[in-house]
Design a protein around this ligand. Structure first.
Ligand code: ZN
Length: 254
């Protein structure tokens, strides 16, 4: 990985873009908002000339910061490292069109492009049909098609909130990203009673929890809300660093 973060360092930033006119720049907020990470080329006027009524030092010393690299791949690494597990940008600038540059590279997770809402709806229906087929026709226990039911739950959540799905192996603890940048972990169980496990390691990377139950051949919402509220009603096991939230308790949290 080779990128430079410029925070409160106008002089070094300007020096970098002047030295690397063929490089790339992410413009984001100081808090590195997940829903505002725009990719530009290093010679784009949006990131080389202060816009509108922006004040002096507005590139890196006020609300915004810049992340720069000579290659797009490293900027994908940066955004992954900062919680966007697919290495995608929220937007690629229409003025400088980074994708037209020779050194531009597509992300590995461009599968995301395919998951428009209508595709998610289609996938949801296909997975639901598949689970029903397994359970009803083949007599498979729902717990044995856990991964299908888990995926079904993610599609359900994305449809309900009009969000997007993270597909790459779940390294950040959340499965669905809402339009406002809220990170949602989806837990889908086919057990009637019992609990869902919540890893303490991923707590700070998740905002909301959605618990779904697969029963009577469909999904039912058990809980959808702040993950901290859910955790406050859960048992903590320090030896495994996990919380266990009883489904019966989760129902009462709503
Ligand atoms: Zn641009």
């Amino acid at each position: 990985m080779s990128f430079s973060e410029f925070i409160n360092d106008e002089y070094k930033y300007i020096n970098w873009i002047q030295s690397n006119p063929n490089g790339f720049v992410i413009n984001t907020s100081k808090s590195k908002r997940l829903d505002y990470r725009v990719l530009h080329t290093a010679d784009c006027s949006y990131v080389t000339t202060l816009q509108g009524n922006a004040q002096e030092d507005g590139f890196t010393e006020r609300g915004y910061i810049k992340i720069c690299s000579t290659n797009v791949e490293s900027l994908r690494d940066w955004t992954k490292q900062e919680g966007e597990k697919n290495g995608l940008f929220t937007q690629e600038c229409a003025r400088c069109k980074p994708w037209e540059h020779n050194s531009y590279s597509k992300g590995i997770a461009q599968f995301d492009d395919l998951l428009t809402l209508s595709n998610i709806k289609e996938l949801y229906e296909k997975y639901l049909a598949l689970v029903r087929f397994e359970v009803q026709k083949l007599g498979v226990k729902p717990t044995e098609v856990r991964h299908l039911i888990g995926r079904l739950g993610e599609f359900y959540c994305a449809l309900i909130i009009d969000g997007s799905i993270s597909h790459v192996v779940n390294q950040h603890g959340f499965d669905v990203l809402s339009k406002t940048g809220r990170r949602i972990s989806v837990k889908t169980t086919s057990q009637k009673t019992g609990f869902v496990a919540i890893s303490a390691n991923t707590l700070e990377k998740v905002d909301d929890l959605m618990i779904l139950q697969y029963k009577n051949d469909g999904l039912h919402e058990v809980y959808f809300g702040d993950i901290n509220k859910a955790v406050s009603a859960a048992r903590f096991y320090a030896n495994i660093n996990k919380y266990e939230l009883d489904i019966s308790k989760a129902k009462k949290l709503l």
